[in-house]
Design a protein around this ligand. Structure first.
Ligand SMILES: C[S@@+](CC[C@H](N)C(=O)[O-])C[C@H]1O[C@@H](n2cnc3c(N)ncnc32)[C@H](O)[C@@H]1O
Length: 384
């Protein structure tokens, strides 16, 4: 029966746009392999992303190489789930422990397209030139729907955010989506996410964006009203202390929510067992304010300001990751956009598994040794 899959791959290769291998049979295998058809410098290629231990590795294959790779991977029977996509349909194979193969075919409501280039900018879910009027009001598009030059980085970041969200979304089967955005600011992301779920994914959407700034929040509410975006609202709130929504939430998102505001976003998600978290932290100042030498390996990084600043930012996010893992989330740490476009480019993408496994004790020891505090750790300590 594996030969049947190989045959189907070989026959469908000209129209194959994507193949996904998941549910590996061994812990030494990648957790997921995605091949996507694309084009680079006029050459037809497959872009391969292998995810191992929460890190993504990339390479490109020619069509012949991709075919050999696909055949070998199927024949090795290393993955229990194989999904093939042409532009209109998805063919899913599930291979049982005993090697029995089940096959199903779904027609896609949103066609999968060939990547124009390996350059992600050309593969945006919301493209330059698309008539998205709220982007004009937000100052991202000109009236001709061209990206305003000064907003190009923001446009790139938000499209990338949505692209990452879109990957996770394949697991999501509810008709209604509830999202909270912590530190939404001018709400470029919040509007994009609303548009993505309501217009592209055709879901009923409820999104609340929280921010400290009353004038910005009022403007965003006016825009949501202007476009008849029911279910999109903005609330003035300090997320570190105000009472937030008590409704069930599917996604917590935060993009550059300053310093400990990110910790409160993550804590909210942990408290409420939110299934998905997408958080791009920034301004991780807290640890840097107190950290001191502790007669350990980290001392090496504390002698020069630049090393210290980067260490503290990374330490903050590494601790947040450990805490999320300890509390039952599978976390992937992604480079969200190129460092050149934004140095605040690490995303924590977390999915709730419910398997609470690790102790927080080593993190408390680290804190005590180097004399700093980390807000999420202490918020979680209060709950234990
Ligand atoms: C750098 S901006 C990012 C805005 C937006 N997410 C984006 O990426 O365009 C950070 C925002 O977080 C908000 N913020 C910071 N601390 C906050 C808090 N404790 N509660 C609510 N909002 C907060 C700020 O007012 C600001 O608008």
């Amino acid at each position: 029966m594996l030969q049947q899959i190989v045959k189907e791959i070989t026959e469908s290769l000209p129209s194959l746009v994507k193949a996904v291998f998941s549910a590996p049979r061994g812990s030494d295998l990648p957790r997921r392999i995605v091949l996507e058809k694309g084009e680079k410098m006029g050459e037809s290629l497959f872009f391969v992303e292998e995810t191992r231990e929460n890190k993504a590795f990339h390479r490109n294959l020619t069509e012949d190489e991709a075919l050999s790779f696909l055949r070998e991977t199927v024949e090795a029977c290393a993955f229990r789930q194989i999904n093939l996509f042409t532009s209109e349909k998805e063919i899913a194979f599930r291979i049982s422990k005993k090697g029995k193969v089940s096959r199903s075919v779904n027609t896609l409501s949103v066609p999968v397209t060939v990547k124009a280039s390996h350059n992600k900018e050309k593969n945006y879910l919301i493209r330059e030139g698309e008539a998205v009027p709220f982007l004009v009001d937000l100052g991202v598009f000109t009236r001709e729907y061209k990206v305003v030059h000064a907003k190009y980085d923001k446009f790139r970041q938000i499209n990338r955010f949505i692209e990452i969200l879109d990957h996770a979304f394949s697991d999501f089967d509810k008709d209604e989506v509830r999202v909270l955005d912590f530190g939404c600011g001018k709400s470029y992301l919040t509007f994009f996410v609303y548009y993505y779920f309501s217009h592209i994914r055709k879901k009923r959407v409820h999104i609340i964006g929280y921010d400290l700034k009353a004038d910005v929040v009022a403007h965003c509410n006016e825009l949501a009203k202007k476009y008849g975006y029911h279910g999109l609202s903005f609330v003035v709130a300090d997320v570190t202390r105000d009472t937030l929504s008590s409704d069930p939430i599917d996604f917590v998102i935060s993009l550059h929510a300053c310093d400990v505001a990110t910790d409160f976003a993550l804590n909210f998600a942990l408290e409420r067992d939110v299934p998905y978290i997408f958080s791009v932290p920034c301004c991780q100042h807290e640890i840097g304010q107190k950290i001191g030498k502790g007669e350990g390996d980290l001392d090496l990084f504390l002698e020069h300001g630049l090393f210290k600043e980067r260490l503290c930012a990374l330490l903050t996010d590494a601790m947040r990751t450990k805490i999320l893992e300890a509390e039952g989330y599978r976390v992937e740490v992604l480079e969200f956009v190129d460092f050149a476009h934004s140095p605040k480019n690490i995303m924590l993408r977390a999915k709730r598994t419910g398997h609470k496994k690790k102790s927080l004790a080593p993190l408390f020891e680290l804190e005590a040794r180097y004399g700093f505090t980390q807000t999420l750790l202490h918020l979680r300590e209060e709950k234990q």
